[in-house]
Design a protein. Structure first.
Length: 290
């Protein structure tokens, strides 16, 4: 096991379908590269790590994300919440003396099981970089949206909602698929869906998309945006119903982050979009300092 990564090392945000490599030098990003070599596209992780070092330099490497799952290189055990940088760093899984994987985080608060893997680096980094307050509510939209309570700079608890995956399934299978073949735009139809989502009666509201078509109440050109607003709106309304935070900090790309921002503001709270790549780099830097 290495004692220190030093000031120059490699960090890899290795997800299911995508991967981003960072060359960190003195805490700053000296070079970065993104590709589609996610864990599901890799058969030999040792060879992939060697190839990264050939391109970026023969340096210590810290990996995060699904590379530490049961479909990745090797399962890195979960650290129990509440957890901060120190607990995450102590839970690193060492592949060899120069290569380690960041553990995920689990929660059983209130008897409800949940897990995350990869998001923890961004969350802790957002606080470390001063991008969000040490005690705050963060949202990480995506296939599975994470809603995270940070307390004193640590991940106190979180909830995962399968919002993005449900939207994808609705567009490809079942009764509504033929109606949901358009693009999502942030406009009146999306916001109408957000308003319907405030009812938090998702199963019934989804059938309403079909009924609106049959009764001539909504053009199918707007159905996809409405459905997106409905799913995101239900997710947002449910989470905010139990949160006392006035502001939600969103770690996402501008397009998806903009949809969540609109839904959050429609529910009477403020939304702030945070640079997720900057948060990841800050989190990795904090972990290697431990």
């Amino acid at each position: 096991m290495v004692v220190s990564f030093g000031s120059r090392f490699l960090a890899v945000d290795w997800g299911t379908t995508n991967r981003r490599v960072f060359l960190i030098d003195g805490g700053a990003v000296a070079r970065t590269e993104r590709d589609h070599h996610g864990v599901t596209a890799v058969e030999d992780f040792a060879a992939e790590a060697a190839a990264i070092r050939e391109r970026f330099g023969d340096l210590p490497m810290l990996l995060a994300g699904m590379v530490g799952s049961n479909i990745g290189w090797r399962p890195a055990p979960y650290v129990a919440a509440p957890a901060g940088v120190a607990e995450v760093a102590a839970g690193l899984l060492w592949i060899d003396g120069r290569t380690a994987i960041v553990p995920g985080i689990s929660t059983l608060v209130g008897g409800r099981p949940d897990v995350m893997r990869g998001e923890e680096v961004q969350l802790l980094g957002a606080v470390a970089a001063g991008l969000v307050p040490a005690s705050s509510l963060l949202a990480q939209p995506g296939t599975h949206c994470k809603w995270v309570e940070m307390e004193h700079g640590r991940i106190a608890d979180f909830v995962t909602a399968m919002t993005g995956e449900l939207f994808s399934l609705l567009r490809t299978h079942g009764l509504l698929a033929a109606q949901l073949d358009g693009d999502v735009t942030l406009g009146a139809a999306f916001l109408e869906g957000v308003e319907e989502g405030k009812r938090r009666d998702l199963a019934a509201s989804l059938f309403g998309i079909r009924a609106a078509k049959l009764l001539g109440r909504r053009d199918d050109a707007d159905a996809t945006s409405y459905a997106s607003g409905l799913l995101i709106g239900t997710d947002v309304a449910t989470r905010l119903a139990t949160s006392g935070h006035d502001t939600v900090h969103i770690l996402a790309d501008p397009a998806l982050g903009g949809l969540y921002s609109a839904a959050i503001e429609a529910n009477g709270r403020a939304a702030r979009l945070i640079d997720s790549h900057a948060a990841f780099v800050a989190g990795i830097n904090e972990i290697v300092k431990q």
